[in-house]
Ligand binder design. Structure first.
Ligand SMILES: Cc1cc2nc3c(=O)[nH]c(=O)nc-3n(C[C@H](O)[C@H](O)[C@H](O)COP(=O)(O)OP(=O)(O)OC[C@H]3O[C@@H](n4cnc5c(N)ncnc54)[C@H](O)[C@@H]3O)c2cc1C
Length: 287
């Protein structure tokens, strides 16, 4: 399929991009890697009259430490996340997740900003960012605001981004040294979105869980932060009975769509299986 015609703009700064978005109005959309937006345009599910390509804005690139946080520019590609020594040593969950997104071709151009701003419940990074307690830096005509990832997702393709705003960076607090982590994703084949997936970050002391955070992908209209399940696990030794209760609590908050990936009940169960696997691997890695 061929997309409808559109105007193409390539600003050099965030200020210029925001000016264009506000001047051109609701028919204008930011373009990042284009690996979600362009397929939607080809299917005529999106028909923006103007694309504001963010690729020429160098300020939106890069991965840097800032105090106890790591700040990742919105236009940083998934391939660059995989290659970052800083992320591998401080927040290895980001690398592990990036490696199961799509395939190398998509990851060379698909960006972190596009993945989290898109609002597709099938995207892998949003649940991971909720799990990690990340904040999104968002800039518009009235200045910058920081939105917790846990408050950002409001429905499928519906987020806290206001028209005319650009997501400029993702700020992630570095988890405690020695934390355990895992991202478990069930997919039908390489390159597919998740049937269900679970992200876990936890810390342990003396064989017991001190802190725990859980995110779930593609089992509701939005990514999910499974707060109750994590509470059940806190202070436990991750014994089978407690894990079973936590899995049941996580399954209870899901409401998956029925699509080619399976019936809702199956996907809910798979979210539970992914969570149990992620907990087991996170426990092994915690020290
Ligand atoms: C074959 C295939 C398989 C895929 N499999 C997976 C998968 O398994 N898991 C997964 O997570 N993803 C998957 N994807 C999606 C891929 O990761 C996309 O690259 C990503 O979702 C969007 O990033 P992008 O940079 O391409 O954004 P774009 O497609 O350019 O933009 C996506 C949306 O976000 C908006 N946007 C982009 N950047 C910003 C910004 N900085 N501020 C405000 N709005 C912005 C755009 O206007 C658009 O609405 C797949 C894609 C393909 C083609």
């Amino acid at each position: 399929m061929i997309p409808g015609s559109f105007g193409y703009h390539r600003p050099k700064s965030v200020t210029e991009a925001i000016g264009l978005l506000n001047e051109l109005g609701e028919d204008a959309r930011p373009l990042a890697g284009g690996h979600s937006l362009v397929p939607m345009m080809k299917l005529r599910l999106a028909s923006p009259a103007h694309l504001i390509d963010l690729a020429g804005i160098s300020d939106l690139k890069g991965i840097r430490a800032d105090g106890d946080d790591i700040v990742i520019g919105a236009m940083t590609t998934q391939h660059e996340l995989i290659g970052s020594d800083l992320l591998s040593s401080k927040i290895p969950l980001v690398r592990e997740t990036s490696l199961v997104i799509a395939d190398p071709q998509v990851r060379y151009v698909g960006t972190l900003g596009g993945n989290v701003a898109n609002g597709d419940p099938g995207n892998d990074m949003p649940a991971v960012m909720m799990c990690l307690g990340a904040h999104y830096h968002v800039t518009g005509m009235t200045g910058e605001r920081r939105i917790p990832a846990r408050d950002f997702y409001q429905g499928a393709y519906f987020t806290a981004l206001e028209p005319g705003e650009i997501l400029t960076a993702v700020r992630i607090p570095v988890p405690a040294a020695g934390h355990g982590y895992a991202y478990e994703k069930l997919k039908r084949k390489i390159g597919d979105y998740a049937t269900a997936a679970a992200a876990v970050v936890l810390t342990m002391n003396g064989g017991k869980v001190v802190t725990c955070s859980i995110g779930l992908t593609n089992v509701a209209e939005t990514p999910l932060w499974a707060e109750e399940a994590a509470k059940i696990l806190t202070d436990s030794a991750l014994d089978p009975a407690t894990v079973k209760s936590a899995v049941a609590a996580a399954e209870a908050i899901t409401s998956p769509a029925v699509d080619a990936r399976g019936p809702a009940r199956y996907r809910t169960k798979m979210a539970g299986v992914m969570l149990a696997r992620a907990l087991a691997r996170a426990k092994e890695r915690a020290h």
